[in-house]
Write a protein that binds this ligand. Structure first.
Ligand SMILES: *Cc1c(COP(=O)(O)O)cnc(C)c1O
Length: 351
C-alpha cells in the first residue's frame, strides 16, 4: 500500500436501488411515484429563463422555503431545505449527533443511517424491532446521544402511532430526535405539530415520493429556530449553493398544487389497499403499509427466487439480502396497469 493510500477514508457506501439500464416492463424497486409531477411543474420548467443559469442560485432558497412554510403553516425560520432528504438527513447527522453517547436507530430501517454514522464517526446502537417488525418505543428510552427513525418505518412500511412517537420524544428531551417522514403523506399522522412543543424535534420530509419529484432532489426539515439555525450554519460551512434554480422553481410549483397532490395520493392509496388483498390471496403475508410500497413475504416460496423470476421478466422489485428480512420483498405501488402486470407474473411464478 502506498503511503497516501493509508490516509484515504475507508467507507462502505449506501447502495441505492437499481436504476435498470435495460428496457424494463415495470419498475417497482425504488419507491418512486408512478404518476408524473403536477402539470404546474411542467409550466414552471418551461418558464425558466436559461440565461439566468449564469448566475448563482439563491443560497437561502428563499422562495422555496417560503412556499414550504406557507404549506406547512410554520414560520420560514423553522424550515431548512436540501438536495433531497438524504442531503437534509446527512446534514442533520453532522450537525446534531456530535456527542460521545450512541445514537439510537432500529436494526431494520433506512439503510443510509448507519452509513452516515460511520462516515461522520458517530457512535450508534441498533435496537431490534419486535417480532411483528414494529419499533418498540420503550427501547428508545435508554441513555443515548440522539435518536433517528422513519415514521412509517422503511422498509417495513409500518406506521407507529403518534402517541408512541411523542413518547419517544418526551423521554429524549436532552438529545435531538429526528423523525424521517419520507412516507407520511400516504395516510400517516405527522409529528410536525409536535415541533411547536418540543424544540429538540426535527421532522424531515421529501418531494421524492408523494410529490413525484425524485429526479429533482428536494427535501426539507422543520424544527425549532435553534435547530434550523444550527443546520444552516453547518450547511453554509460545507456548500452554500446546493439548491439549483430549476429544482427550486419546480418545488415551488409542486407544493402549491394541493389538488393534484391529493388526487395522486388518493390513487396510490387505493391501488395499495387492493394490492394488499391481492398479495394476501396469493399467499403472501403483507405488513399493514401506510406508505407507497408493500413489504411482503410469501408463505412457501423464497423471496430471492420470486425476486429473480420477476427480474427475468423485467419486473423490478427490491430484495434485501439481510438477516431478518431476507424473506421479504419490497414492492413499490405502481399504476393499476403496472400492478396487473405484476399480479399476472406472480400468478405464473407461484404456480
Ligand atoms: C426515499 C427515502 C429517503 C430519501 O429520499 P430523498 O430522495 O433523498 O429525498 C429518506 N428516508 C427514507 C426512509 C426514504 O425511504
Amino acid at each position: 500500500m502506498k503511503e497516501w493510500e493509508k490516509n484515504i477514508r475507508k467507507v462502505t457506501p449506501y447502495i441505492p436501488g437499481e436504476q435498470p439500464k435495460m428496457d424494463y416492463v415495470v419498475k417497482l424497486n425504488t419507491n418512486e411515484c408512478p404518476y408524473p409531477p403536477s402539470p404546474m411543474v411542467e409550466q414552471a420548467i418551461k418558464d425558466l429563463d436559461y440565461k439566468r443559469f449564469r448566475l448563482y442560485p439563491d443560497p437561502d432558497a428563499t422562495e422555496l422555503v417560503r412556499a414550504i412554510a406557507d404549506y406547512e403553516k410554520v414560520p420560514e425560520e423553522r424550515v431548512f431545505v436540501g438536495v433531497g432528504s438524504d442531503d437534509v438527513l446527512g446534514m442533520a447527522f453532522l450537525t446534531f449527533f456530535h456527542g460521545e453517547k450512541p445514537v439510537l436507530m432500529a436494526d431494520i430501517t433506512y439503510s443510509f443511517y448507519d452509513v452516515w454514522a460511520n462516515l461522520f464517526q458517530i457512535p450508534f446502537e441498533t435496537i431490534p424491532l419486535n417480532a411483528q417488525l414494529e419499533i418498540v418505543p420503550e427501547e428508545f428510552c435508554r441513555e443515548n446521544g440522539g435518536v433517528v427513525f422513519p415514521n412509517p418505518n422503511a422498509p417495513t412500511a409500518i406506521e407507529m402511532p403518534l402517541s408512541q412517537v411523542e413518547k419517544i420524544i418526551r423521554k429524549n428531551q436532552d438529545v435531538v430526535v429526528i423523525v424521517d417522514e419520507a412516507y407520511i403523506d400516504f395516510g400517516g399522522t405527522s409529528a410536525l405539530r409536535l415541533t411547536e412543543k418540543y424544540d429538540n424535534l426535527l421532522v424531515v420530509r421529501t418531494f421524492s415520493k408523494s410529490r413525484a419529484m425524485a429526479g429533482m432532489r428536494i427535501g426539507y426539515a422543520i424544527g425549532s429556530e435553534t435547530l434550523i439555525s444550527a443546520l444552516k450554519a453547518v450547511k453554509f460551512s460545507y456548500n452554500s449553493y446546493t439548491m439549483n434554480q430549476a429544482a427550486m422553481a419546480a418545488g415551488i410549483a409542486a407544493i402549491r398544487d394541493e389538488k393534484y397532490f391529493n388526487q395522486t395520493i388518493e390513487k396510490i392509496i387505493s391501488t395499495r389497499e387492493r394490492a394488499k388483498k391481492v398479495l394476501s390471496d396469493f399467499g403472501f403475508f403483507v405488513t399493514d403499509s401506510k406508505t407507497n410500497f408493500l413489504f411482503a413475504t410469501h408463505k412457501t416460496m423464497e423471496a430471492k427466487d420470486i425476486f429473480e423470476q420477476l427480474r427475468d421478466r423485467h419486473i423490478f422489485v427490491r430484495f434485501f439480502d439481510k438477516p431478518r428480512i431476507n424473506q421479504y420483498l419490497r414492492i413499490t405501488i405502481g399504476t393499476d396497469e403496472e400492478m396487473e402486470i405484476l399480479y399476472q407474473a406472480l400468478r405464473e411464478i407461484l404456480k
